[in-house]
Write a protein of this length. Structure first.
Lengths: 344, 307
């Protein structure tokens, strides 16, 4: 069984892991080469050499393990502060214990549930629009029969992908601002200017729309690569049978990438709690907290910007991490069961 | 892509009427769509090259109005911008070197089977945990500041260096290197480090290039860590730009409440200068695109065939 894995750019923290996307074709049913068993009854000398060899392998993992323990495992242990009244002097283990008080306070705050809802809503629509539009555009781009135009369109759509939200978010805020270019064009069409950026009606639409704009080029490249991997013999055979172009797309191209589409959708479910922290941090403002504040931005505002609220910020982060891990585990488990997808 | 061209060429002679109409319509639509996606960048460039009056009046669309390169002339004298630029370059170089080094070393033993490397399961579980779960922003911030890494470039480099997702990419690539290659070297008495550096790495260049590209771009783009760990004098470029615009917006709001405050007005960078700085920050990434598309497909699609 052969599968092709495509992993996209990863987030800066491994915990915030983006999707790992996947899979294609299983034209040859090969059994994985069996690992060679080590012969039994080795001589003591061989065993010693082997032990040394194993030690060398462990030593190679040392730097990675040290970094993971310090910067990822210790913060996980630090989550105990969500149950404490944390203060810097007493630290993770000395601060007074308060149990679930921070959580029960949070659960009584309407803005907390609002942020939770916003997180789901924004992430959900981002996934839906990015997936459907990228498949559609990949199919259309694949139809262009002029190589240069095809490449150029692909590259232009890919352009925003490698740029940060610190730049793109500000470009977009200016574009949609009251005196920005969008309102300039609306005015030319005789439409009254709109306060897009401070409008709760528009904010989510702008967040989802600009995120689709940023990420769609990457997805298109992935799908176009999948289309290229389809066996050309299938098309030849269908043409001989008299299939027209539409039939080729519907019965060969689309099924050919379906496996990857399904898998990517499953893996996307694992990302449902990642609504785009840095994008929203750059683009939002207090007037759109109602529709645009997500758990990540709320945790940052309360945890790091307000004095002495470390524990509350941690509790919000903890809540998010737990739900996120649940979705992530379920989606990867389904991907493993249905598609044989494995991370390692 | 080759397939598509080969497929279409013999067909060109007998393209039917409706099909031709579709092709023209489709191509036109996609070109217009691409232009629409490009428009924000054109607007940015036009703003940076327009006069302040035109920009403030909201009169700039896709072409500069009242053309002037004034913003770029002012930009050249802005030491803070270039210091931030230098900081970003430093972090990209150091950060990528450390991260790719750690990942490469770790990927080699993990690309071996459970029998050839007996600790493999333990490490795999450890790394998978970090993919599923995280301590979140506040505890991570506290750990890093308690280590005394505030305002130290290591705070931008070390926490993200061990990226399990990039490591998986390399592991999958290492796995499909023919076993004969490494076995022959083992018989010749080469140790694991020598096998990694002299045999495995030279044949893994596409995968390595992909990981270097990803990591480098991430370091160039990360700005939030700069914001919370560094002091304004040591902000990397993206953080500097975020902060500059954020502060300008706060000042603009103050100006709404005290209109005509000349001292306040003097502190606010013009929109044209903001746009010029954003535009310059985009430029270093542009030359990567041709490589990106090539390596992406080669390094990612082929590079991670699991067997």
């Amino acid at each position: 069984m052969e599968e092709i894995i495509i992993s996209p750019e990863t987030e800066e923290t491994a915990g915030n892991a983006e999707t790992e996307e996947v899979v294609e074709n299983a034209e040859t049913e090969e059994t994985a080469p069996l690992l060679e068993e080590r012969p039994e009854g080795q001589s003591p000398k061989r065993k010693k050499a082997n032990f040394k060899e194993q030690l060398v392998l462990h030593s190679m993992l040392l730097p990675g393990v040290v970094l993971v323990v310090i910067f990822m495992i210790v913060p996980m242990i630090g989550l105990v502060m969500a149950f404490e009244k944390y203060n810097v002097v007493q630290g993770f283990f000395g601060s007074p214990w308060v149990g679930f008080r921070h959580f029960s306070n949070l659960f009584n705050r309407p803005d907390f549930w609002q942020a939770t809802r916003n997180t789901f809503i924004i992430a959900f629509w981002k996934i839906v629009f990015t997936s459907t539009l990228s498949i559609l555009l990949a199919l259309l781009i694949n139809e262009i029969n002029l190589h240069l135009i095809k490449k150029t369109v692909q590259t232009v759509l890919f352009l925003p992908y490698f740029l940060s939200w610190a730049l793109l978010g500000n470009i977009m805020v200016d574009l949609f601002s009251y005196s920005g270019a969008i309102n300039y064009f609306l005015e030319m069409l005789g439409i009254d200017p709109v306060y897009f950026i401070t409008s709760n009606r528009w904010f989510r639409i702008i967040i989802v729309g600009t995120d689709v704009w940023k990420t769609i080029g990457y997805q298109i490249v992935v799908f176009l690569a999948a289309i290229t991997n389809i066996d050309p013999a299938l098309y030849e055979a269908a043409k001989i049978d008299g299939a027209n172009h539409t039939q080729l797309v519907l019965h060969i191209t689309l099924p050919g990438i379906m496996s990857m589409v399904v898998l990517m959708s499953i893996l996307n479910i694992g990302n449902i709690m990642n609504a785009g922290f840095d994008q929203i941090l750059v683009m939002y403002n207090p007037s759109v907290y109602e529709t645009g504040d997500i758990l990540d931005t709320m945790a940052y505002r309360i945890g790091l910007l307000q004095v002495g609220q470390y524990s509350v910020g941690t509790a919000i982060g903890f809540f998010k991490s737990v739900i996120s891990a649940a979705f992530f585990s379920v989606s990867y488990f389904i991907a493993y069961k249905t598609k044989g997808y494995k991370i390692f | 892509m080759e397939n598509a061209t080969v497929k279409n060429r013999p067909m060109r002679m007998k393209i039917s009427g409706p099909r031709r109409a579709f092709l023209i319509l489709n191509t036109t639509f996609l070109i217009l769509f691409a232009l629409l996606c490009l428009a924000p960048f054109l607007n940015l460039l036009a703003t940076s090259l327009s006069s302040d009056e035109a920009v403030n009046a909201g009169k700039v669309g896709l072409i500069p109005v009242g053309f002037t390169a004034n913003a770029y002339k002012v930009l050249v004298t802005k030491i803070a911008f270039f210091r931030a630029f230098g900081m970003s370059v430093l972090r990209v170089v150091l950060g990528t070197a450390v991260s790719v080094g750690v990942i490469t070393l770790g990927a080699y033993p993990l690309s071996k089977g459970n029998d050839a490397f007996r600790g493999r399961m333990f490490y795999t579980v450890l790394f998978i945990i970090t993919m599923f779960f995280s301590g979140g922003l506040v505890p991570t911030y506290i750990v890093i500041t308690k280590l005394g890494l505030s305002d130290n470039i290591l705070a931008l480099i070390l926490p993200t260096a061990m990226n399990a997702w990039n490591m998986v990419l390399l592991i999958n690539f290492f796995r499909q290197i023919p076993k004969d290659l490494t076995e022959a070297a083992t018989l010749d008495g080469a140790g694991h480090y020598r096998i990694l550096f002299q045999i495995v790495l030279p044949v893994s260049l596409p995968a390595l290039a992909t990981v270097i590209l990803f990591t480098g771009v991430q370091h160039w783009n990360n700005w939030f860590d700069g914001l919370i760990y560094m002091s304004p004098d040591n902000f990397p470029l993206q953080t500097y730009i975020y902060n500059m615009i954020n502060e300008a917006n706060i000042l603009r709001q103050q100006l709404v409440t005290n209109p005509g405050d000349a001292a306040l007005l003097a502190q606010i960078p013009t929109k044209t200068l903001e746009s010029a700085q954003i535009f310059i920050a985009i430029l270093p990434v542009i030359p990567l695109y041709p490589f990106a598309q090539k390596f992406f497909i080669k390094g990612l699609v082929l590079g991670s065939v699991k067997e």
